[in-house]
Design a protein around this ligand. Structure first.
Ligand SMILES: Cc1cc2nc3c(=O)[nH]c(=O)nc-3n(C[C@H](O)[C@H](O)[C@H](O)COP(=O)(O)O)c2cc1C
Length: 306
């Protein structure tokens, strides 16, 4: 491993390296722990939780696209209590940071979940206000500044000392407007981007490929959108950013960091290669060393715009 300090800070939480796995693409870690120790990762954003268990949407709910996938999983999960009883104790066996990801139907639901999760001792709470695949809550909160602020305020009020990171939607005209509202409401960090709404149609049946008609696009196709949005948000607010969207190589992660991210998350790339986060970490270290940096954190915000 090159001689580069890989440690980064995300809203007061120290990550041993800047590579986290993205919510909804890593489950609660069990399956992936057969491939490598989860302690290799900077952190784990656990699968999105709701107050009560959810079955998610009907199938088909995942479809391939050029350079990405469309999904409409719809937050299938066992509920926050089951995570605290089973998922969290498992993740705690590893020396990595645990970030719980939550979605609510109302601000109150976000508040209840924050209280439970902060009592349970997660390292950070990622507040998802950007899921394009659920009717209630989800995207509605992420596209309206005043609602985004209300959810953030409620989450902060109930999260105790646990930092609150708000996950932003790319499905807006001006992402900085939402970022500013969330910063004003007291968020500790931002994560972006969630998936971009999309659609695929089977031309023979004339049916949409996904049972919900539309879904969220992720994977390499969205990387340039993510880089652009991280760069815009970095200039608009002072909050640290967890950047994601289409990262599968160290160079992708370096682009997001140069645009302003303090750390990055790997999602869809995991489906093709469970080891992708480790390759991203090692690639980042090599890039930092090649560029003569002593710490990978020196990349953050280092872009030199024309
Ligand atoms: C199958 C699938 C499930 C997802 N579930 C969640 C979720 O539960 N909560 C959330 O905040 N984001 C969820 N996401 C979004 C990812 O965390 C990430 O923001 C997005 O996929 C972009 O990163 P990527 O291109 O590396 O996958 C999901 C994405 C996928 C592909």
């Amino acid at each position: 491993m090159p001689d580069v300090n890989m440690q980064v800070d995300l809203a007061g939480v120290t990550l041993k390296n800047p590579v986290v796995v993205a919510s909804g693409t890593f489950g609660f870690g069990r399956e992936y722990s057969q491939f490598y120790s989860l302690g290799e990762l900077g952190g784990i954003c656990a699968k999105g939780l709701t107050l009560h268990p959810r079955m998610g949407n009907p199938s088909p709910r995942i479809a391939e696209t050029p350079m990405g996938i469309l999904n409409s999983v719809g937050l299938e999960n066992p509920g926050v209590d089951a995570f605290i009883a089973e998922g969290l104790p498992f993740l705690r066996k590893f020396d990595t940071k645990v970030i719980a990801n939550i979605s609510g139907n109302t601000p109150e639901e976000y508040g209840i979940m924050c209280e439970k999760l902060s009592d349970a001792g997660v390292d950070m709470i990622e507040v998802n206000i950007s899921c394009p695949n659920v009717k209630a809550g989800g995207l509605a909160y992420g596209t309206r500044p005043e609602l985004a602020a209300e959810v953030t305020e409620t989450a902060k009020k109930h999260a105790g000392n646990v930092p609150v990171m708000v996950k932003l939607s790319p499905n807006v005209t001006d992402i900085t407007e939402i970022a500013r509202a969330v910063e004003g409401a007291g968020a500790d960090a931002l994560s972006l981007i969630n998936t971009i709404r999309g659609m695929r149609i089977d031309i023979n049946t004339r049916r949409p490929v996904l049972r919900m008609n539309t879904g969220g696009l992720s994977g390499p196709a969205v990387l340039p959108v993510a880089v652009r949005m991280v760069w815009e948000v970095f200039q608009a607010v002072r909050l640290p950013i967890l950047g994601m969207g289409g990262v599968s190589r160290g160079e992708d992660a370096a682009q997001l960091m140069l645009a302003g991210a303090s750390a990055v998350a790997v999602g869809t790339a995991l489906f093709a290669d469970p080891f992708a986060p480790l390759a991203v970490r090692d690639g980042l270290a090599e890039i930092a060393q090649r560029q003569g940096l002593s710490a990978v954190s020196e990349l953050t915000g280092g872009v030199r715009p024309w």
